[in-house]
Design a protein around this ligand. Structure first.
Ligand SMILES: Nc1nc2c(ncn2[C@@H]2O[C@H](COP(=O)(O)OP(=O)(O)OP(=O)(O)O)[C@@H](O)[C@H]2O)c(=O)[nH]1
Ligand SMILES: [Mg+2]
Length: 340
């Protein structure tokens, strides 16, 4: 698996470099298609899980808690027929802290300049057809719709978590309620978990990719470097291990990532906002931090395909979620060319 060393290449830059690249041109056939597809929606609707299901690999970190994804990430889906560069984005929500404002801005940056925006929305769990008939999208989902319509990009609706619906008959009124709200290019119900609707989604989205040679090397799976993915896996372990609130006060930086043929060595710092959080994170006799780092180490090793040593430190970076300067220091800023 090849992971990108570059981040920050936008849609236009990728197109320009592909057009001038002989190696890519050689791979092109007249009907090959390539382009960018953004996955957008409220937090927790299943954007990262859908990206993973389409790519067939656990590239993006997904969790049961909302606001897991904080930064854009590209997942490159290459087939003989097309290359869809999928843009995973943070959930769009009403932001209060500096971190949340960054996340929503990041999501909107993800929807910019793409060939197609997919708006993901959860299928509501309705018990009977009467409830389904009365159902309307909520204010949060409608706010997302209005923000995405403003991008002016073609907009397809992906209804998610179809497997939770007890009967397929309940779906029709839900689709009707959505189609009365906007003129979507298409509406596709899916279950990333059960693998339903993914073939149809593929057919729909490929139609929006322009004829083009591949924009990325077919071997390249992501624009983010391995150290970024390692940091994400430490964050995933925090979401999986800690109770509700604490993961939202945690940021992870990778201080060093030494690749060695037999065993990589990774040093990570988990930043919390307060001393009391540091104590909880470490736990009695270091038990909590040990289980987090064991979990993260296994996850990173599975991802890289190599064993690793992972050393984790916990540091108090006071009120970092509220302070734009500290956010930048911890890596939450608009990407600059070549940086990962
Ligand atoms: N039942 C069911 N659950 C799903 C499906 N897709 C995603 N989920 C679950 O929904 C939760 C959120 O999934 P994510 O992929 O992290 O959602 P997201 O939209 O990326 O969330 P944020 O990054 O927090 O905005 C996880 O617990 C997933 O396992 C699905 O098709 N069926
Ligand atoms: Mg996500």
């Amino acid at each position: 698996m090849q992971i990108g060393a570059e981040h920050g290449q936008d849609a236009d830059e990728a197109r320009t470099s592909a057009a001038g690249d002989d190696a890519h041109a050689a791979a092109s056939t007249s009907d090959h298609r390539a382009g960018f597809v953004a996955l957008c929606g409220r937090p927790n609707v299943g954007k990262s899980t859908l990206l993973n299901a389409l790519l067939g690999t656990e590239l993006a970190v997904a969790s049961a808690l909302p606001q897991t994804t904080r930064e854009r990430m590209l997942g490159v889906w290459s087939t003989a027929r097309f290359q869809a560069v999928l843009v995973d984005t943070p959930g769009i929500h009403r932001a209060r802290s500096a971190l949340n404002t960054f996340m929503v801005d990041e999501a909107m940056r993800g929807a910019r300049d793409v060939d197609l925006v997919l708006m993901l929305a959860e299928i509501p769990i309705v018990a009977d057809s009467e409830t389904a008939e009365r159902w309307e999208p909520g204010p949060g989902a409608l706010a997302v719709l209005s923000a995405l319509e403003k991008t002016g990009r073609p907009l397809g609706l992906v209804l998610t978590k179809l497997d939770r619906l007890s009967s397929p008959g309940l779906l029709l009124p839900i689709i009707r309620a959505w189609s009365s709200r906007a003129s979507f290019a298409f509406i596709v119900p899916t279950s990333a978990r059960a693998g339903n609707g993914l073939d149809r989604l593929e057919d729909e989205l490929v139609r929006f990719l322009p004829e083009s040679p591949p924009l990325y090397d077919a071997e390249q799976l992501s624009d983010r470097a391995m150290r970024w993915h390692a940091g994400e896996r430490v964050r995933a372990a925090l979401f999986a291990t800690l109770s509700q609130e604490l993961p939202y006060s945690c940021a992870v930086t990778i201080e060093s990532f030494k690749e060695r043929p037999e065993k990589d060595t990774i040093r990570a710092v988990i930043h919390v906002e307060r001393d009391s959080q540091k104590a909880i994170l470490i736990g009695r006799k270091g038990k909590t931090i040990k289980s987090i780092s064991t979990r993260a180490r296994q996850d990173i090793a599975e991802f890289t395909g190599r064993p690793c040593d992972l050393f984790v430190n916990v540091k108090v970076t006071r009120n970092w979620t509220k302070n734009p300067v500290l956010l930048e220091k911890l890596g939450y800023h608009e990407p600059v060319g070549g940086e990962s």
